[in-house]
Ligand binder design. Structure first.
Ligand SMILES: C[S@@+](CC[C@H](N)C(=O)[O-])C[C@H]1O[C@@H](n2cnc3c(N)ncnc32)[C@H](O)[C@@H]1O
Length: 348
């Protein structure tokens, strides 16, 4: 395990990287948006002139881009040729299994503009950054309905994250004794499809907003799973859970909301489950000693400044306390999952 920055004395280079984080991100994003990493994957050792032709960039802008990415360690320059660093080859070339481009698209189009209002969001304890997406409703999810292109970017990012995370969910817990699972805020059904494929007797209902359920429905049809995966359009904060279920999973949902609202959701889930039924919480978990990990610490500002103005990547203990308070009898923690994810299970 690498030592956390929280336990080190950082050096000036580290401070420089944080202070120039906006430039570092935009250089990285340009590498994706302009197809540079894809091109270098197919043509390693391409020269400056070859890249200028391919990317259709003038010399000075290309110099700024290539020098920036090389200084950041994302490109390697050997003699006159450029190539992707190993990690770039694995994570930033489209079509590779670990591709992060979708998640970075969400950062570029949603998180980047919204976090300009981070300080004001801290002071006002609300999502001031949502002003970049004018419209109805107080959360990003409601606003995205009016921005189909950005909603697609958002769903692609969430599905990219889920594809990486859910492969660990499938085996982290044995779902085979469950018969009908509600995937609350199930998004485009990426998780539902993966679960239904892995557990042949499991039925899954995706409970999400009407517009997202439409995207999910399309994916369920494509996957040929309409017999076992259903959609249930609605608002899980207001509308009842569907009847006839024995389990409810919240994947990447609870960080959206405050601890109080999550407690209310867990109580509502408890009321909807039969005795012996299960509630599952799957997302990134903050460490209980409040020192990280870096991924959750860097993720939390988005929830405050943009998404809802009330969420964050809560530590484990917040969920465990809420599960006890909601009267779940058995509570189990499954930790050490990749991507700083964890799974909590509460049995009624
Ligand atoms: C962060 S995404 C997670 C998607 C999916 N569970 C996953 O793990 O990839 C949050 C999802 O919750 C949905 N959502 C948020 N608030 C909701 C509500 N009150 N009722 C129903 N769905 C909601 C959003 O539309 C979005 O699809």
């Amino acid at each position: 395990m690498p030592t956390k920055y929280a336990q080190q004395d950082i050096d000036f280079e580290h401070l420089l990287l944080i202070a120039g984080g906006h430039s570092a991100f935009q250089l990285l994003w340009a590498g994706i948006e302009l197809g540079l990493f894809n091109f270098l994957s197919a043509s390693p050792s391409a020269t400056f002139n070859e890249l200028a032709l391919r990317l259709k960039l003038k010399s000075q802008p290309l110099y700024i881009l290539l020098t920036g990415l090389t200084a950041l360690g994302l490109l390697k320059k050997v003699d006159e040729g450029y190539r992707n660093a190993e990690l770039v080859e694995e994570r930033l070339v489209s079509g590779k299994p670990g591709y992060l481009g979708g998640i970075l698209g969400w950062q570029a189009h949603i998180v980047y503009p919204g976090l300009q209002n981070f300080v004001e969001s801290l002071k006002q304890n609300t999502n001031v950054g949502l002003q970049h997406f004018p419209g109805q409703g107080k959360t990003l999810y409601e606003r995205l309905v009016s921005y189909p292109e950005i909603e697609k970017v958002f769903q692609d990012a969430m599905s990219g994250l889920s594809v990486q995370a859910n492969q660990h969910l499938l085996n982290a817990y044995d779902f085979s004794h469950l018969s009908h699972l509600v995937d609350a805020g199930g998004g485009d059904a990426t998780n539902a499809i993966a679960l239904a494929r892995h557990y042949a007797n499991l039925k899954v209902t995706v409970f999400d907003s009407p517009s997202v359920c439409e995207i999910a429905r399309h994916n369920i049809i494509q996957a040929g799973l309409t017999e076992r995966i259903f959609t249930y359009p609605g608002d899980f904060l207001i509308d009842p859970f569907p009847p006839g279920i024995d389990s409810i999973i919240f994947c990447h949902i609870m960080p959206i909301w405050s601890a109080e609202r999550n407690l209310a959701l867990l109580k509502k889930a408890y009321a909807a489950l039969p005795k012996g039924g299960a509630v599952l919480i799957f997302n990134m978990m903050g460490d209980d000693d409040d020192t990280g990990p870096l991924s959750t610490a860097l993720g939390s500002p988005y929830f405050l400044a943009i998404a809802t103005g009330e969420g964050m990547l809560h530590p484990w203990r917040t969920y465990e306390t809420a599960l006890s308070e909601a009267r779940y009898a058995e509570i189990k923690r499954i930790d050490n999952l990749p991507l700083n994810h964890g799974l909590l299970i509460g049995i009624k």
